[in-house]
Write a protein of this length. Structure first.
Length: 275
């Protein structure tokens, strides 16, 4: 439905621009309408007398309509755009994950994972040196990462345990070491990231679970270096494992959103974030 809406909006916009920018196109459309009206009139003339009278009325109405269209086409085009764009935008924005911080149904937790969460309390891994987050490779993908908070103690305990369990699954089952890039995020930092553009985030202060310690951005460690970009086939395969493990742990994975964020997970608690 989302792709259909985008295609329909694109077609309507291109057609409207064609009519507005090229006078010859308007003549083509009007001639086509006139030809269609004449064909209808010719068919009606072959009928009874009443049909002829009706055809004459239709012809006059068609002629009046064509004259009206010729005079008022800019206004009609503007009205068409105004009527069609709002519902199309509403339909597009109804897609999941357009604003990653908004509430939705909580993710169902896998029974086996739930059993593991009832067991021992997992400990946070040792923090990486700050220089690991400021290399050229990392800065290319996450240019504002140097100001991120990676303190596990500031995360919600329930979320932290689920995320640590995901880390454990990734290491023991798939051989991927993981590290947290950013956990708790202050409202000021959230607004600064939002000001950087939609390519960073659409959520402003308190529209993200980061402000409540219920979200984290994570990446992989390979040979002691962070690997973030999904363009790396090894990392992309890891993100697929990561998404499956996160969802099994009852977390929402950013890789399933329309605006995909492969390293992001969050524990959605209804009523937490602003809409």
């Amino acid at each position: 439905m989302f792709l259909f809406s985008m295609l329909l909006f694109f077609v309507v916009t291109c057609f409207s621009a064609w009519l507005l920018l090229f006078p010859a196109s308007r003549d083509v459309v009007l001639r086509s309408l006139g030809a269609a009206g004449r064909r209808i009139a010719q068919r009606l003339r072959g009928g009874l007398h009443d049909g002829l009278r009706q055809a004459g009325g239709l012809g006059r109405e068609a002629g009046g309509s064509l004259r009206f269209l010729r005079r008022r086409y800019p206004l009609l085009l503007a009205a068409l755009v105004l009527v069609s764009v709002p519902p199309l935008l509403a339909l597009m924005l109804s897609g999941r994950g357009m604003l990653s911080g908004f509430d939705s149904n909580t993710q169902a937790i896998n029974e086996q994972i739930a059993g593991l969460l009832q067991g021992e309390q997992l400990s946070a891994p040792a923090p990486l040196p700050p220089l690991a987050f400021t290399t050229a490779e990392v800065a290319l993908v996450r240019p504002m990462l140097d100001g991120a908070n990676r303190n596990w103690q500031l995360l919600d305990p329930a979320f932290a345990q689920r995320l640590l369990l995901v880390f454990k699954i990734m290491k023991e089952r798939h051989g991927y070491d993981m590290a947290i890039l950013e956990g708790y995020r202050s409202p000021e930092r959230q607004n600064a990231l939002a000001a950087a553009g939609p390519g960073v985030t659409n959520a402003r202060a308190f529209q993200s679970y980061h402000q409540f310690g219920l979200a984290a951005d994570c990446a992989f460690l390979r040979d002691g270096k962070l690997v973030i970009s999904e363009k790396d086939p090894w990392a992309m395969r890891g993100y697929q494992f990561y998404g499956a493990a996160a969802q099994a742990a009852g977390l929402t994975w950013g890789g399933s959103w329309t605006m995909m964020d492969f390293g992001h997970t969050e524990l959605r608690v209804p009523g937490t974030v602003k809409k």
